[in-house]
Design a protein around this ligand. Structure first.
Ligand SMILES: Nc1ncnc2c1ncn2[C@@H]1O[C@H](COP(=O)(O)OP(=O)(O)OP(=O)(O)O)[C@@H](O)[C@H]1O
Ligand SMILES: Cc1ncc(CO)c(N)n1
Ligand SMILES: [Mg+2]
Length: 552
């Protein structure tokens, strides 16, 4: 009996278009071949038969890749690489698992194939309920699984199909035997928008022709294109180590070479899965094929380069670390309110007056015992500020002292400083938080309980409150006094550092206010408008330590 199929159809070559659901009439039996559905799609386009689905403006479309692949217990290739690559590229990834492998950096110890009907069930679950933009395939270990997949794709067509014809692991273990070659050639490849064989796989698809040079890769790309996929990318990761990593792309008309210098690293496990998933992710976002491949190649190169020295496992082929963007957050130790104890704020006028560079000033303050540094450089050009921030950061990291940038979120981002300190008239703290991400330190200057309340709501980590005493460092700055400071501290959920005219003579009075969230003092002139910054910092540290002893 013919049945209703609610389908998502696409053009015969990938075009970045929203998915167009089509309700086929009961008379239209489920489409038999991919060619037939592509024909029907084009015809329907001509006849203007598509109805746009009612759109709910409150819903956000999420680009979505479904990967149909094997699990790699080592986490570097297969399903695990696909999920990580899609996540890194900002794309949702659902999974149909075709095999479970026991694998590590030494090799493949075992393969357990998922029964064909259970692969079919997983496919149905995903495709019928949450149609992906793009399907990407990896390890398809049996002819039955290839056929099941092709059948599902005919029933539930998608915008693009990316086929990574996984056959042999880099360690030489067979992941899908030669028996699948016929079903690849006859059924899967003709449906593919792109197929991405490595040298061995390209050779196998062509009956074993030897492939050793870039000229060979071109001929292979053309011959594989004749099998039916719309685009072919022959990957050159396995070219001799002396050559660049060159991939050859052929779209049926033109050849393109994607070249990157070869990264000398043992951590290349999963490069192929990562490349294909990234192509799929970029297509899902709406890229054209050529730009998707370009971005994917660049991404793999960046991840390889980032991961070249990581050590996971004792074998000779390690995995990559896909989430490089998140890495800097891991290296930084979390903010500790006690860091606010002796908070040194640099000042360009004072540095000029005493003939010091920003870096020298920071070095001296750290040597004297400053527990956090803020670069407050109002008169320095952006380029010079950035260079100084990077140099200061190196010193701060060595000593475990956080480095904050005053006002300049751009400089904080570009230098990868630990955070920023912003005033009431700078960028709102919640916007700074959105730009800087969850891990960077954000401090906000607050004079009132309302400011303090807002800083908490906006996601700040601490507040700076003052001026406690009159100061020349900041013009037109209202003095709030010890009482004002206490009022702010009492109403603040965040730790507080006191600022404004604080030095050796009055630091104890401030610290003796006796409010638990007052964690320290921020000083400018008391350290930097002096001949020896290190000596002054040491002295102030002693005074502060003394005040805590008295308080306890
Ligand atoms: N050492 C390297 N330096 C730079 N790029 C590389 C290196 N090794 C592989 N690549 C690139 O990584 C991508 C994947 O190619 P490769 O030939 O390694 O695929 P593969 O053999 O299928 O990988 P897998 O190990 O996942 O099966 C290609 O773009 C290739 O050029
Ligand atoms: C599960 C799986 N898929 C693909 C590859 C190819 O890298 C692998 N090693 N393991
Ligand atoms: Mg591969």
């Amino acid at each position: 009996m013919a049945h209703l199929c609610f389908q998502v159809l696409s053009t015969s070559f990938f075009t970045p278009k929203p998915q167009i659901p089509v309700l086929l009439s009961p008379g239209a039996a489920c489409i038999k071949s991919i060619h037939q559905y592509r024909y029907l799609y084009l015809k329907a386009m001509q006849d203007d038969k598509f109805s746009t689905p009612p759109c709910d403006e409150s819903k956000v479309r999420v680009p979505h890749v479904l990967t149909v692949a094997g699990s790699d217990s080592g986490g570097g290739a297969g399903i695990q690489a696909d999920i990580k690559a899609c996540a890194a590229r900002g794309v949702y990834c659902s999974t149909v698992i075709t095999a479970v492998t026991a694998q590590n950096t030494v090799g493949v110890q075992g393969v357990n194939i998922v029964p064909e009907d259970f692969v079919a069930e997983q496919l149905r679950s995903v495709l019928s309920d949450m149609p992906p933009n793009v399907v990407k395939t990896g390890m398809l270990p049996s002819t039955g699984i290839v056929k099941t997949l092709c059948q599902s794709l005919k029933e539930f067509p998608v915008q693009a199909l990316v086929v990574d014809p996984v056959m042999v692991s880099t360690s030489g273990h067979t992941l899908a035997g030669p028996s699948i070659l016929d079903s690849f050639r006859e059924e899967l490849l003709p449906m593919a928008d792109i197929v991405t064989p490595n040298l061995k796989e390209a050779s196998a698809l062509l009956g074993g022709v030897p492939l050793e040079t870039i000229a060979d890769m071109r001929s292979a790309a053309k011959a594989i294109h004749d099998i039916g996929p719309r685009n072919v990318l022959v990957k050159g990761g396995d070219l001799p180590a002396s050559l660049d990593a060159v991939d050859v792309f052929y779209d049926g008309n033109d050849f393109y070479e994607f070249r990157s210098s070869r990264i000398m690293t043992p951590n290349t496990h999963g490069t192929g899965c990562t490349l294909a998933s990234t192509v799929a992710a970029e297509l899902a976002k709406g890229s054209q094929m050529l730009s998707a491949v370009k971005v994917a190649k660049r991404y793999v190169e960046a991840v390889l380069s980032y991961s070249k020295n990581i050590a996971i496992g004792g074998g000779c082929q390690g995995p990559m670390d896909h989430l490089l963007k998140l890495k800097s957050n891991v290296e930084r130790r979390p903010f500790d309110p006690c860091d606010l104890f002796l908070y040194a704020v640099t000042d360009s006028r004072m540095n000029k007056k005493w003939g010091r560079s920003i870096v020298d000033a920071v070095k001296a303050a750290i040597e004297g015992g400053a527990s956090i540094i803020q670069l407050r450089e109002k008169e320095v050009d952006t380029g010079d500020f950035l260079e100084a921030a990077k140099a200061c950061l190196k010193i701060c990291r060595v000593h475990g002292v956080p480095l904050l940038i005053n006002d300049r979120i751009d400089v904080a981002l570009a230098s990868d400083a630990d955070g920023v300190h912003i005033g009431q008239s700078d960028m709102p703290a919640h916007v700074a938080r959105a730009l800087l991400g969850p891990d960077k330190i954000i401090g906000v200057s607050c004079k009132t309980p309302e400011h303090a309340q807002q800083a908490w709501v906006d996601g700040a980590d601490y507040i700076g409150s003052g001026g406690v005493y009159p100061t020349n460092t900041k013009e037109n700055n209202k003095t709030i006094g010890l009482d004002g400071l206490k009022t702010v501290c009492v109403s603040s959920k965040l730790p507080v550092v006191a600022i404004g005219g604080i030095g050796m003579s009055n630091a104890q009075a401030v610290m003796r206010l006796g409010v638990p969230n007052l964690k320290g003092v921020a000083v400018v002139s008391a350290l930097f408008d002096r001949e020896c910054v290190t000596t002054e910092t040491r002295k102030l540290l002693e005074v502060l330590k003394e005040s805590t002893k008295i308080a306890n």
